[in-house]
Write a protein that binds this ligand. Structure first.
Ligand code: ZN
Length: 415
């Protein structure tokens, strides 16, 4: 295959990045079979919790007053304060416009009511097809919580599987709220106690295996505070050592650790009330060295932890850094983090996940991230070309495929 000339590098790399299908390894989306757990459309898009937090800085409305609004009233209020009385320049506010534009909605003079009318053209199934096609996504990974009674009931009915929505087994209460985990497990007929004796550990392993069999997840996942440490006192150590990691190992599943979220810094904001804290990577180093046969997918929420996470990943091949999570999913930081990772890890990381909670967000999160990834790659390939190294379309296609798809599938044992 011929070398790409310097003058063509930008257009060829950009084109390959656009054409490469995405495996989106962490979202909060559901397949249409989950009914109204799948959020999509104008009102959901406009009432995303990122926008609620931004609106609250500009509107004098009381928390309770806003909370009492219908979803439609909330969307109108957010539109008024973030789009009409100000330019929608934040990443979350601009993202709505990118998403609408991508599905052909003219945002130049639109208001929420006109946007709602446009969405009446689609059934949910048609809209899922449209979004996956426009965003060029192969499949997304959901966040599936067996501790949530509503979701659990749907799985127990053996809802049909849509291959574009794959499962991830979310196990937060086991590590962050043992008494809640135990009370739910007891209700489900597992003989457990918060002392985590041998019987309880065997029951928790059985619970995990039942849900792995039911969901066929690509990994298990937990979101953790910045204060997470390992090794630590029981019960977290014992839960990892005797319950979660042995099951992850024998079912060949990575454990995804999402570290750095400070829950409910402002409880009035509900979902929008979580914040960020610096964590450091000591716990990750200790886990990676203590469990060399387990695999850890790790994303960290604070900007300050990103460099250290890359250095830690250089030391452990059972550690895969992924994504620019939540408050890091803004262009200036995606660019910075992607560059640090390319320079320290080559192509051995997963650059992004969408964290989409509303289906339509796939459209903007991936459009914006693809553009930044392409720019970063053009810069680094240009530096390579200057050394006399040949860059071919075949090589770029392979590298981009590793980033957006194959690194994850390989790490999850699915390639
Ligand atoms: Zn998430």
């Amino acid at each position: 295959m011929p070398n790409i000339s310097r003058s063509q590098l930008r257009s060829v790399v950009t084109d390959i990045v656009e054409r490469t299908p995405i495996v989106d390894i962490h979202t909060h989306l559901y397949s249409p079979a989950f009914g109204d757990l799948l959020l999509w459309g104008a009102d959901e898009l406009l009432t995303y919790h990122y926008l609620v937090a931004e609106m609250m800085r500009r509107s004098p409305i009381g928390y309770d007053e806003f909370r009492a609004f219908s979803t439609r009233e909330k969307a109108n209020h957010i539109w008024e304060h973030l789009y009409r009385l100000s330019s929608p320049i934040s990443e979350a506010a601009r993202g709505v416009l990118t998403a609408l534009q991508t599905v052909g909605i003219d945002v130049s003079r639109a208001d929420p009511e006109e946007i709602r009318q446009q969405f009446k053209h689609w059934t949910v199934e048609e809209y899922v097809d449209l979004v996956f096609r426009k965003a060029n996504i192969e499949f997304v990974v959901m966040t599936n919580d067996p501790f949530d009674s509503r979701e659990r009931a749907l799985w127990e009915q053996n809802i049909p599987v849509d291959s574009r929505f794959r499962a991830a087994l979310r196990i937060d209460p086991l590590l962050t709220d043992l008494s809640r985990a135990c009370s739910i497990l007891s209700e489900l007929g597992y003989a457990v106690s918060t002392r985590l004796d041998d019987v309880t550990c065997a029951q928790i392993r059985r619970f995990l295996r039942v849900w792995i069999d039911r969901m066929d997840p690509l990994y298990m996942a937990v979101s953790l505070p910045p204060t997470f440490c390992f090794p630590t006192d029981d019960p977290v150590r014992r839960m990892l050592d005797s319950c979660i990691l042995p099951v992850a190992l024998d079912r060949e599943l990575p454990l995804a650790l999402m570290i750095g979220v400070k829950r409910q810094v402002n409880p009035h904001l509900q979902l929008a009330g979580d914040s960020v804290g610096k964590a450091g990577t000591q716990a990750i180093e200790n886990l990676c060295v203590a469990y060399p046969d387990n695999r850890f997918l790790v994303t960290m929420l604070s900007r300050e932890d990103q460099h250290q996470l890359c250095v830690t990943a250089r030391k452990f091949r059972n550690l895969m850094p992924f994504g620019c999570w939540w408050f890091l999913n803004v262009p200036s930081l995606i660019r910075e983090i992607t560059m640090i990772r390319l320079e320290l890890l080559g192509f051995s990381f997963i650059p992004q996940h969408s964290d989409a909670r509303i289906l339509d967000q796939l459209l903007y999160k991936w459009a914006h991230s693809r553009k930044i990834a392409a720019e970063a790659l053009v810069e680094k390939y240009t530096d390579l070309q200057r050394t006399g190294w040949s860059i071919t379309e075949e090589a770029v296609t392979r590298d981009v495929r590793d980033l957006f798809r194959d690194n994850f599938l390989r790490f999850a044992g699915r390639l």
